[in-house]
Ligand binder design. Structure first.
Ligand SMILES: NC(=O)c1ccc[n+]([C@@H]2O[C@H](COP(=O)([O-])OP(=O)(O)OC[C@H]3O[C@@H](n4cnc5c(N)ncnc54)[C@H](OP(=O)(O)O)[C@@H]3O)[C@@H](O)[C@H]2O)c1
Length: 132
């Protein structure tokens, strides 16, 4: 079967109006996180792009111009639980609800040297799991 015949998400879901919904997408500045953000903004949602490099997120978000929904960039380093606490405090000041949290940010660690988060968790599980 050709790739064109694979239905990843049905058209009804992709065209649903999600105006008024608030989302957080972690790692929203690239890859799957960026495309998930773009789709939600396209459908009218408000997406908080939770990224460790806010400037990278602001740059890619320029491509959302003209889409129905809105976005904002907030700093979040999932390898630092204090950054997670700061993010949550800031989020609660601005929003009174969250419709969905997309736990997308993550990384693959390579090589024999063990990398650790600020809180000394092994990096991959610290970012992908404990941070979220
Ligand atoms: N693509 C695949 O084939 C595949 C397969 C299996 C699983 N996955 C998982 O699916 C997710 C998305 O994959 P992808 O290919 O779109 O990955 P990607 O393009 O490498 O994007 C990963 C995102 O996670 C962010 N991130 C990394 N460490 C972070 C931290 N400490 N705090 C906050 N954000 C952090 C990155 O930020 P920076 O830009 O600042 O680095 C980036 O925005 C990842 O969790 C990945 O492990 C992907």
């Amino acid at each position: 079967m050709s790739r064109n015949n694979i239905l990843w998400v049905d058209e009804k879901t992709l065209s649903k109006d999600v105006s008024g919904k608030v989302y957080i997408v972690t790692g929203a500045n690239s890859g799957v996180g960026l495309e998930t953000t773009r789709q939600l903004v396209k459908q009218g949602g408000h997406v908080i792009m939770a990224c460790r490099r806010p400037e990278a997120a602001e740059e890619v978000a320029e491509s959302f111009t003209g889409l129905k929904g809105t976005y904002e960039v907030m700093r979040l380093d999932l390898a630092d639980l204090q950054s997670v606490r700061d993010f949550v405090a800031e989020f609660l000041k601005k929003q009174d609800k969250l419709d969905a949290l997309v736990c997308n940010a993550g990384l693959v660690t390579m090589g024999s040297e063990v990398k650790r988060t600020k809180d000394t968790f092994e990096m991959a599980i610290g970012v992908s799991y404990f941070g979220h």
